[in-house]
Design a protein around this ligand. Sequence first.
Ligand SMILES: [Zn+2]
Length: 290
Amino acid sequence: MDAYHRSTGRTLGIITLVVSAVLGATFLIGRSLVPDPPRHSTATATGADHTEFADQSAPSSTEPGPGSSRTPASAEPTPSNGQPGHDPDIGPMGTRVTTGGNEVALTFDDGPNPDYTPQVLAILREYHVTATFCVVGQNAEAYPWLIQQIVAEGHTLCNHSWDHDVALGSRSPERIQSDLLRTSAAIRAAVPDAPIAWYRQPGGAWTYSVVTVARELGMTPLHWTLDTSDWQMPGATKIAKSVLTGVQPGSIVLLHDAGGNRQGTVNAVYRALPELTDRFDVRALPKRGM
Ligand SMILES: [Zn+2]
């Protein structure tokens, strides 16, 4: 799709509207025509066996600053953003990068975690907002009661792989499929009928293989608009500022409730939510996907 957009964008600028109108079709066409660009394969696989789970493509990469919702191609090893004819709701390799409306979606990755997830849930409850939890399979297996609480309180679940394998996208389709299925099974061991309509690739290290397998399993690939860099543990003040200055209508905000000391994130969410809920409709992504 990206190369498709690039080439048509150069020659026919006006094609933008047509592409938008038939986005689904063009995605399929583009995906079938464009091979995996090698630069997206394993270049971002840093930290695969690191305990600090961060959905950052590479620790040394230039992080998208507040408000830089459309990451320039030079800033991240992910393609297609900011190109002529690019659908603003669709990001790297056809992943979802906005809510598609004015509502703002907070996403919490790498949990559940017994220290931080209950705090996040309590804060969300206090402000009467729902969020999306991108959970790691082995954590879902370890803390099924947290999965049950997430679901019981109206939040949305997202599959975030079995053990946060940042390099998963470069593995065989069979391996990818078994990893995602194992994760969904762990979630459903806790909540048998839990809808799991979203998949977020660890590290944001998308490949066409992982996007394709996720879609085949009925999950929409979920990227993000705003990376708060909370995984770098800059402290609650900076995380809250990152959220409040960077958020825009439709933003999907990347946060973490596990993978390290996340008290800063917890405190930042508590500080930011009063203003955030004044300015935006903050809510979970649709449970059945989009
Ligand atoms: Zn993660």
